[in-house]
Design a protein around this ligand. Sequence first.
Ligand SMILES: [Zn+2]
Ligand SMILES: [Zn+2]
Ligand SMILES: [Zn+2]
Length: 164
Amino acid sequence: MDGVTIVFCSLIVVSTFLFWEFVAWFSHKYIMHGFLWTWHKSHHTVHDHVLEKNDWFAVVFSLPSIGLLYYGSVTSYNPYLIAVGVGIFCYGLFYFVFHDVIVHQRIKWRPERRSSYLQRMIHAHYIHHSKHSKDECEAFGFLYAPKKYTPKKFVVKETRKETQ
Ligand SMILES: [Zn+2]
Ligand SMILES: [Zn+2]
Ligand SMILES: [Zn+2]
């Protein structure tokens, strides 16, 4: 791979990552809180099961990444398709660490130091979960939340159940 391809592929990875926030926001607002509420409802229900029906979304959302990585490397060779696949994969990883670990505490870990940006993102998702219905929820993003979601005083929720 020459230098130009490397630079171009890196730009594709970053743009795909950012674009995938839009895809996630759109799917969350119009699909998960739309016709697939039957899956997402499990994520807005207080329970102590390890898995949720909502986890099927993680499986579905990993398919385009797997498909692109496979097609771009095994079936044919196309570094640009691989770059798109890597961008989606990175978003998936970010989503898991931010949403499932840091916010929902499915694994008991969160960073000690939380920047005002991270506090705002966590708080926005707490607000998303303050309602448990298909139509009443707000704040559907994971990487970006408007300024109005900045908490006056940030209080972290310790357990998974408190966040559901
Ligand atoms: Zn939701
Ligand atoms: Zn909820
Ligand atoms: Zn959530």
